[in-house]
Write a protein that binds this ligand. Structure first.
Ligand SMILES: [Zn+2]
Ligand SMILES: [Zn+2]
Length: 68
């Protein structure tokens, strides 16, 4: 599968991930990774054993999430 963002700009890169929000396939240049805490919030003095999960999104969805 090709990267959706690259194809739109006339390039031809192999996709390595799929955006969990819009489903677009994205290459390493266009994928955005952010750690997400699935449950529980960090509290001072309390050890959180939960491993942070991973969320892969495309640049468009990441920008949309960051905008207020
Ligand atoms: Zn790309
Ligand atoms: Zn997306």
């Amino acid at each position: 599968m090709k990267c959706y963002e690259c194809v739109r700009s006339g390039r031809d890169s192999e996709a390595v991930a799929v955006c969990r929000l819009c489903g677009a396939a994205v290459c390493t240049d266009h994928v955005r990774t952010e750690p997400v805490q699935l449950r529980g919030t960090a509290q001072p003095g309390k050890v959180i054993h939960d491993q942070p999960a991973r969320q892969l999104t495309c640049v468009v969805c990441r920008a949309a999430e960051e905008s207020p």
